[in-house]
Structure formats: structure tokens, C-alpha cells
Design a binder for this molecule. Structure first.
Ligand SMILES: [Zn+2]
Length: 188
């Protein structure tokens, strides 16, 4: 059975998505490392204790860090010698320990606890996540980006409308001049 067809895994994934949205919202969509915010940067929800190994913690809001794309991933736009959660994991965890010592201790203790992750566990988790205010709200990056696109399009429309008005006025003038010339010719 594939992962996505497993109802428990599907429910867990749904919880993870909600938890990431909630964690980012709680962080006011600011990168925990550099402080830059949406919409200037795109932010991600990044697991502190990894999703693959610590499944039971994968939808814990306090196990998710809001990081900008640059400080979360390593990719062609971000060379691996620069600090990033996945690019320089040892430095990253040292930084986390130092910046959030209490949260680190809490998570560490939790990671050593054995939890049975059955359907009921994830159903309860989903209810808990739904109780957070506006956890399902769309990320502000997308909202702001679509607003920016709308502003650009409205600007274009205004320019085109102004051009149309100008051309219509010009056309009227040409028609009047034409009529005047015809009248002049008739007089001759
Ligand atoms: Zn950052």
C-alpha cells in the first residue's frame, strides 16, 4: 500500500500541513534565523526533529521552525557553504540550542518518549490543530503576491484606458478637420 493511500498517513500529512501553517503564523511569517518576513521572502515550516524519524512529533507546532527558503533549504540559488537548516545541519542545530534552549530541552525530552501514533492519535492532533486561531489561513506571501499582481494589472488597465481616451479625442479632431477641409473644397 502506498503512503498516500494509507488513511493514517493521509491524516498525519494533513496535520503536518496545518501545523506548518500554524507555526509560520505564530512566527508572524518571519525567518527565525535572519528575521526577514513575507512578502520580502518566502517562508517554510521546517521540522526541528525530522519528520521521517520522529513521526509522532511531525505535527507538533513547537517542533516546526519558520525559516525563509534560503535558510531552510540548500539549492542552486543557495550554495551549501552558507548557513541553512538542511545545508549545514550541525551548525543549524547548535544555533537552535543556543537561541532556544528551553524549547530544545522540551523537544529533546519528547523525542525520547515512545508514543503510539494510531488513528486516534492523529484525530486528536487534528482537533488540537483546528483549535488554533485561523490555522488554515492562506500564507500571506501568496496573498500579497496576488495583490501585487492585481495592482500591476490595474495599472496596465488604467494606462490602456488613458491611451484609448487620448486616441478617441485625436480621432474626433481629425474628423472635424476632415469635415472642415471638405467644406472648404465645396466653397472653391
Ligand atoms: Zn532567513
Amino acid at each position: 500500500m502506498s503512503k498516500t493511500k494509507d488513511p493514517k498517513e493521509r491524516l498525519r500529512k494533513r496535520c503536518v500541513t496545518l501545523a506548518k501553517q500554524t507555526a509560520r503564523k505564530k512566527a508572524k511569517y518571519a525567518c527565525a534565523y535572519c528575521g526577514r518576513k513575507e512578502p520580502d521572502v518566502r517562508t517554510h515550516g521546517s521540522h526541528i526533529y525530522s519528520e521521517g524519524v520522529y513521526k509522532s512529533m511531525s505535527a507538533d507546532v513547537d517542533n516546526i521552525l519558520c525559516l525563509c527558503a534560503i535558510h531552510h533549504l540548500v539549492g542552486t540559488w543557495n550554495k551549501s557553504d552558507k548557513w541553512s537548516w538542511h545545508g549545514t545541519p550541525l551548525e543549524a542545530i547548535e544555533w537552535f540550542k543556543e537561541k532556544y534552549p528551553n524549547q530544545y530541552e522540551v523537544l529533546k525530552k519528547r523525542s525520547q518518549t515512545i508514543v503510539v501514533c494510531d488513528m486516534v492519535y492523529w484525530e486528536d492532533k487534528l482537533e488540537e490543530l483546528k483549535s488554533y486561531p485561523q490555522a488554515t489561513k492562506k500564507p500571506c506571501y501568496n496573498k500579497d503576491m496576488s495583490r501585487t499582481v492585481k495592482t500591476i494589472l490595474l495599472g496596465e488597465l488604467r494606462k490602456k484606458t488613458a491611451k484609448k481616451t487620448r486616441l478617441e479625442r485625436e480621432l474626433k479632431r481629425v474628423v472635424i478637420e476632415e469635415e472642415e477641409l471638405e467644406a472648404e473644397i465645396k466653397k472653391q
